[in-house]
Design a protein around this ligand. Structure first.
Ligand SMILES: [Cu+2]
Length: 192
């Protein structure tokens, strides 16, 4: 009997966790007044023959002038082709670059929205020009080097990666609770 109560408490705890995650997801959806990327150069899917600066224009002035805004350019070889840290001016981030071999590149960015929330995205583009750099293993921008893995992981566009991750986590918990229910309820009905 005592163990049954313990199981019930565990189950109730799991339900509370699901409720909390659902509430968090609802909050994330409601707070969608984040600044968004309005335009970029290069834009997604562009093919460029020369590029010395990447420019990202947002819908409002960003926060995080102290290294919170990170932009990197990763080449077809996985190396970094940015020359420095991104520079913030109002709603615009500018990043000096020198590209290497032609091929598929991507701009990976993370910015601090004016409401303090991080937004991020990936902008794939193609380079057809000559190699003017051999790139670097890690970003020459110290704050970007520390955050490269975090920025590279959500390989989606439009800053939806956080929400997607939340949905995946929420789905995982729902599955976990389902498994718990099967384990807790099935043997009991046989005993009774
Ligand atoms: Cu927000």
């Amino acid at each position: 009997m005592a163990s049954r109560d313990a199981l019930r408490r565990a189950l109730a705890g799991a339900v509370v966790v699901v409720a909390a995650i659902t509430a968090a997801l609802g909050g994330a959806t409601a707070a969608s007044a984040h600044d968004s990327l309005v335009s970029s150069s290069p834009a997604e899917g562009d093919t460029v023959a020369a590029l010395s600066d990447v420019r990202l224009d947002f819908s409002a002035n960003l926060l995080g002038a102290d290294g919170g805004n990170i932009v990197i350019v990763v080449g077809p070889d996985g190396r970094h082709y940015e020359n420095a840290c991104a520079e913030l001016a109002g709603s615009t981030l500018t990043l000096p670059v020198a590209l290497g071999d032609p091929g598929a590149y991507s701009v990976e960015w993370r910015a601090v929205s004016s409401d303090g929330h991080p937004v991020s995205g990936v902008i794939p583009f193609a380079y057809t020009g000559e190699s003017v750099s051999t790139g670097a293993e890690t970003s020459p921008c110290a704050s970007a080097a520390g955050a490269t893995e975090a920025a590279a992981e959500p390989a989606s566009t439009g800053g939806m990666s956080g929400l997607t991750l939340g949905l995946l986590l929420g789905g995982g918990v729902v599955v976990l609770v389902g498994v718990l229910l099967v384990f807790i309820l099935r043997p009991r009905s046989r005993e009774d």
